[in-house]
Design a protein around this ligand. Sequence first.
Ligand code: NOJ
Length: 558
Amino acid sequence: MANVTKRPYKEYTVYQIWPRSFCDSNGDGIGDLMGVYSKLDYLKDLGVDVIWFSPLYPSPNADYGYDIADYKAINPEYGTMEDFKKVLDGAHERGMKVLMDLVVNHTSNEHYWFKESLKGEDNPYHSYYHWRKGKSAKKPPNNWLSTFEGGAWEYNKDLDKYYLHVFAKGQPDLNMDNPKVREEVKSIMRFWLDMGVDGFREDVITFISKPENFPNGFPIPVACGIEHYKNGPNAHKYLKEFQKEVLDKYDCFTVGESPMMTLKNALPYITEGDDQVMSMMFHFQHHEADCFMTEWIHVPFSLKKLKKAFSTWQNALYGKAWNSLYLDNHDHARIINRYGNVNYHKESGKMLATMCYMQSGTPFIYMGQEIGMLNIELDSVDKYKDVLTFNNYHLAQKLHLSDKTFLKMCHRSSRENARTPMQWSKEKNAGFTTGEPWFYVNDNYKKINVEDSLKDPDSILNYYKEIIRLRKANPLLVYGDYKEHYKSSRSLYVYERNYEGKRALVVCSFKEKGVNFKAPKGFDLSKGKLVLCNYKDAKVTDNGFVTRPYEARVYLFD
Ligand code: NOJ
């Protein structure tokens, strides 16, 4: 069996806060830092070890904070630097760590650097960005398209040049080939680490390097050109520079977000050793089990695809690198709607958590996931607020899709489904704010909220607590290996974990109908201890059982 190195971050459970929708303390309808402060005990009680904040920095909100106007300040909508320090200290006092979101593929177009860069080639900030002459009048330098808004090049008349933005127009890409830009990144990292933060989640970090000659991309309708920068030529080199010169000098850890990442391309970034440049990575492959190319093009959910995605990474990384384990985040529709069943809200919510967090890796839980928050069904296209939804709307219009059809697509796929205010209680606005919430509260808040979940021993929330507790109590669940059974089943996801003579067997049904399960060879269920189950009783007949809807069981064997 491969040897697994122990690291503190491997034993943590991380909780992601998308600050705008978490908790509002001052009644302006926008979540804020003092709101977070008021919930620190809640997070501690849940078992959280680390809080990851989606961007807290000043931002014109072209992409709700992922367009940063000042990397060393706090967005006044969320509070002050003093408030941040209070939250940081409050987290540390409770034994929790804090990760900041490091968004350095691009800045906001309102960042000082970009404003200066507009002054022309002689300005030292001009080369902080990718400014290029067009191919000819009105023809951008290449055919790249942005993920969020039409072409990836925006023309500036005064300069008669284009700047690159692979996301929104308000998110110009930084030119990481410029050593001064890399110095800025290091300075941002040091600023927060010196203040006491414990690491970074690094936004689209494998996109930071672009090929010098900007070749045309394969013509696809969105993000054309992405093959040239999704794993850019110098990305690893630059990240290694950040690692050696900054991160290695602090007690911290990182998780790098890497859309479109394959296992083979990921390994150089995460393999433990001298060339490792991030503690772990967020890849997206397990988010492709119900869609084609983009989450907006839905196909029927395939359990086999989901299992293949997880197993590929589990098998390849064990003993070499470390997995992140996540389901929801601020960029995806809610997981129960996608891979579970809203009619079996509790059962499937718990089953999905079991399936994911009993694997090898560090669990990441997105706010609201722990109470089983669901997608929202807004009744008009105008109610949506996100640049990605707008872009998809324009594409839908080009394809002559009706508003009704597009609205259905939003209900299923928009990432705004994950951005509705956190449901704290049955009170007005789900207890999120006393004012007018900046975005719509899901109508289901009287049934799905933290206050009731805390009181209900059978709630999804209490099940999450139990999962976190079990991981802490059993090194097997953290450091054990992974072996899949029932690989070809379209109904069951079954795997075992092994560590220092102990074993766990995890059985999850993705079906409403009963499925016959027999324990794999070498397992005697009567000798195992049932440590987790989403039903009250759990009978065994003939070393197996017929599953109940979305049943999940975890047995431990000494
Ligand atoms: C990934 C972030 O998670 C997403 O929310 C954002 O829109 C893009 N990166 C651009 O920063």
